[in-house]
Write a protein that binds this ligand. Structure first.
Ligand SMILES: Cc1cn([C@H]2C[C@H](O)[C@@H](COP(=O)(O)OP(=O)(O)O[C@H]3O[C@H](CO)[C@@H](O)[C@H](O)[C@H]3O)O2)c(=O)[nH]c1=O
Length: 336
């Protein structure tokens, strides 16, 4: 007999599929994965676990489908990854971001509210430990200068249509806690990397371009800084927040691995020189290109709240995680 029915939205995407693999190491719950399979979702990401989950192809913006799934399965937990996530796409076409990230999140909250909180069994019996875990981003805080860290108390100041849509969703989640008492927890993560990441992001782009001998595009002067988090470390943080996070709270999850973009490109090239040698260094392919409009300069996370309250700590540093990541892509070149 399984403990809980857990709905994982966006579970065929990069972080979602890593999380599904992560929690199935301890298969006490019944896992339902809901994913629209946009360009960023891939059933291959779930190949190793396909016999252990129920997969549903569908869109969180489809209110009728969401209501139907909740009334049919009576989920006790929701782990909400489904989102449009690529900043560059939000600049060229923001509409999908507003729909999926805001309206889709609202549909899930509303269905959770109806299932868990209306009727005679409100938050009792099988819904006594109900949880809605909302996965968000550090980009909601805007940009930092050379110093400082984002804490959970940093004011929201999103700069791109993507981060504005995630900030909006965070606020709607917050409102369901304060207004209705919906049992929610939100996590805000820094830049993830690792197996299954979509090829549009910086790290797979550098690996792909290098291997194919094409120019490696670095936006602007390459000095922008991101705080890199190995995806499995993110998954362990999400799991702790789901199990023991305080209701209505937000937890920042970051790897304490601040690196600038040119450093990232150079390290990948150095490792490829070692792992896949050729006559000249891959570094010669690094090419500075036009900057991203409104490009945030630096993100860096203070993760002390989740470390102290929930006993979480990132296990991987960038230099060890990137070696594993490159090995994975070299073995799975079709993913580039
Ligand atoms: C794709 C690409 C990116 N870049 C730069 C832009 C950024 O400064 C940095 C990382 O870019 P991206 O991989 O697109 O990731 P970024 O914009 O930081 O956002 C990521 O990290 C966020 C968390 O901070 C997530 O919320 C987003 O969903 C995720 O996409 O590298 C390049 O210089 N060249 C490139 O080709």
């Amino acid at each position: 007999m399984k403990n809980n029915k857990v709905l994982i939205t966006g579970g065929a995407g990069f972080i979602g599929s890593n999380y599904v693999e992560y929690i199935l190491q301890n298969p006490e719950d019944e896992i339902f994965v809901l994913d629209k399979l946009t360009y960023a979702g891939n059933l291959k990401n779930l190949e190793t676990v396909s016999d252990k989950i129920t997969f549903i192809k569908g869109d969180i913006c489809d209110e009728g489908l969401i209501d139907k799934l909740f009334s049919e399965h009576q989920f006790q937990k929701v782990v909400h990854f489904a989102a449009e996530s690529h900043v560059d796409n939000s600049i060229s076409g923001p509409s999908e971001f507003i729909q999926t990230n805001i309206v889709g999140t609202f549909n899930l909250l509303q269905a959770s509210y109806k299932t868990w909180m209306t009727g005679p069994n409100a938050l009792k019996d099988e819904f006594g430990n109900a949880r809605f875990l909302h996965i968000s981003t550090d980009e909601v805080y805007g940009t930092l200068g050379e110093t400082g860290l984002f804490t959970e108390k940093t004011s929201y100041a999103p700069n791109s249509p993507y981060s504005a849509s995630k900030a909006s969703s965070d606020f709607i989640v917050r409102s369901y806690f304060h207004t209705y008492g919906l049992p929610v927890v939100t996590t805000n993560c820094s830049n993830n990397y690792g197996p299954y990441q979509h090829k549009e992001k910086l790290i797979p782009t550098v690996i792909r371009k290098a291997i194919s001998g094409e120019p490696i595009p670095i936006y602007g002067d390459g000095k922008n800084v991101r705080d890199w988090l190995y995806v499995t470390d993110h998954c362990s943080g999400i799991y702790r927040a789901l199990q023991n996070g305080r209701l209505g709270e937000t937890y920042n999850i970051g790897g304490k691995n601040e690196r600038n973009n040119i450093y990232i490109a150079e390290v990948i090239c150095d490792l490829l020189d070692e792992m896949l040698p050729k006559n000249t260094s891959y570094k010669e392919l690094i090419t500075y290109v036009k900057d991203r409009p409104g490009h945030d300069f630096r993100y860096a996370i203070d993760a002390s709240k989740i470390e102290k309250e929930l006993g979480w700590k990132a296990a991987e540093n960038f230099e060890s995680g990137i070696r594993k990541t490159i090995s994975w892509y070299l073995e799975n070149r079709d993913r580039l």
